[in-house]
Design a protein around this ligand. Structure first.
Ligand SMILES: NC(=O)C1=CN([C@@H]2O[C@H](COP(=O)(O)OP(=O)(O)OC[C@H]3O[C@@H](n4cnc5c(N)ncnc54)[C@H](OP(=O)(O)O)[C@@H]3O)[C@@H](O)[C@H]2O)C=CC1
Ligand SMILES: O=C(O)[C@@H]1CCC=N1
Length: 314
């Protein structure tokens, strides 16, 4: 028997993670249809589940909780377009306690400032008794979350990003505490996050930096992407083609770094012909202090991430 996964607060990120998981389970089912004995992670990941998955570490029932009816209606459409598994997702409004009671693993995906309200609802703490709570909330620490739930609830932090939706995500998971269910919890976590991209365990002290770098990172990358395309448009390229060239080029460069492990400086040097056009463009970028601007953006986003779990200043 598989377990029941509840996404508590199924907005942008809840949908991204759940869609990725549903797609991955569909792909696995199809693969098993053709090669029943074989199972492996489909996307190369930093950490992957070892061995064949046990049923207990695979979700088989899905509940998505939202705050408003209109969101529920929209989600229904989103998941319906995701095959039979997608259409099995139960979408609940105003019934968080029931959802958590029926779930084994709860993925907390609400806004950080709503965590208190949601977890303080009468009956919710009892419903969380002995369960695995995975929080993706930016800035909210394990000790803050632990104080809001029963001592029997196992609290883990994860920081995924929006590309999880297309199974190209990057998720950092806090180091798991020792417990009698450590191996099962680890498998459950990897069977969610390493099937929707890469997954890496890191100490919680790095979470604000990870939030800025990989959590917010897609937004920063999109600014660079948009600006490259704008440059192409400035020089007469049609908008759609400029965007395609920019996106594929960024993806190619990123993949070369990941797959070969080659330092980006080496990849840059290989493109740069002496006296050529690349060095001319690179110098223009350096004149605009592009490196310190990008690095400072990560620094400032990290500092802001650390404030997100704190009560608002009066
Ligand atoms: N966006 C991103 O790229 C990333 C975000 N995060 C973290 O993920 C979390 C969610 O972010 P994001 O997905 O962008 O936010 P969204 O606003 O898109 O999603 C929040 C969800 O919570 C639901 N919700 C609100 N009130 C309740 C309630 N009382 N009970 C149940 N559900 C409720 C909302 O439903 P409704 O709309 O109906 O009110 C909505 O579906 C944040 O904590 C953020 O820090 C982490 C990594 C990346
Ligand atoms: O902007 C935010 O606060 C969230 C966390 C990381 C990405 N989005």
């Amino acid at each position: 028997m598989g377990y029941t996964l509840c996404v508590l607060g199924c907005g942008t990120m809840g949908v991204a993670v759940l869609s990725g998981v549903l797609t991955s389970l569909d792909a696995r089912a199809n693969q098993q249809l053709f090669a029943p004995a074989k199972w492996e992670s489909h996307t190369p990941g930093t950490v992957t589940p070892s061995g064949a998955p046990t049923d207990a570490s695979i979700p088989e029932r899905f509940i998505a909780c939202v705050g408003r009816e209109e969101s529920a209606k929209r989600l229904k459409g989103v998941f319906l377009s995701q095959g039979s598994l997608g259409s099995s997702v139960e979408i609940l409004v105003g019934r968080n306690v029931k959802a958590v009671q029926e779930a084994d693993v709860i993925l907390l995906c609400c806004k950080p400032q709503l965590a208190h309200t949601i977890l303080d609802e009468p009956g919710l703490k009892e419903a969380l008794d002995g369960k695995l709570l995975i929080s993706i909330l930016a800035g909210m620490t394990i000790s803050q979350l632990t104080a809001m739930v029963p001592s029997t609830t196992k609290v883990i932090r994860a920081m995924p990003n929006t590309p999880c939706k297309i199974r190209e995500g990057m998720t950092v998971v806090s180091t798991l505490p020792q417990s009698s269910s450590l191996e099962l919890d680890r498998s459950i976590i990897l069977n969610i996050f390493s099937t929707i991209g890469r997954c890496r365990f890191l100490d919680e002290k790095h979470f604000d930096a990870c939030t800025a770098l990989s959590g917010s990172g897609p937004a920063f990358a999109c600014i660079f992407l948009e600006a490259m395309a704008d440059g192409g448009v400035m020089m007469g390229l049609p908008r759609a083609e400029a965007l395609e060239l920019a996106a594929q080029t960024l993806q190619g460069a990123a993949r070369m770094t990941l797959q070969s492990g080659t330092h980006p400086a080496q990849l840059k040097d290989a493109v740069t012909t002496p006296g050529g056009c690349t060095i001319a463009g690179l110098l223009a970028l350096e004149d605009g202090r592009v490196r310190s601007t990008i690095a400072r953006a990560i620094q400032i986003a990290t500092e802001r991430a650390s404030e997100l779990g704190q009560p608002a200043k009066k």
